[in-house]
Design a protein around this ligand. Sequence first.
Ligand SMILES: [Zn+2]
Length: 154
Amino acid sequence: MSSSGVCNAYAQTGNCRYGSRCKYAHVEGVDLKDSNNGTKRSQTSTQTPLDKFFAKYPEFDYDSSASASMEFYRMCKKFCWGREDDERQSAHDDFKDALVQQFNHIYGTDANDLASWRTLCQIVHVSPIPDTLKSCPTKLGLSTAPGLLIPQRG
Ligand SMILES: [Zn+2]
């Protein structure tokens, strides 16, 4: 039986022999059938992690051709987020995660590859492009190298 208290029979078939006397909740379209709706999702899979991050803020008109960092600060202004605002802090955390995912998405996970870093800097329009590995994360608005944000195995 479902641990969430949802009636499996009803969720899967829309029918349940216990009807209204069933002790489980009769909910349609719960996540039991999630693997079947991949057809609708093809569009979102082409989004980059940064696109997805900004998509969470539909009121903000994200310009993917502009610098991601500048776009983030522009968004903070739009929502009037102060430096100490919890909303800004959590958005910034998500933003950093998105940058890290963007990095991994495009270059794999080699955080020690300066060339990859410089390409990422280019993509987010950091200028001038840093020429040392150490300065890249700072230029990208990260307090630590992406590699350190990724859970280490073992
Ligand atoms: Zn039922």
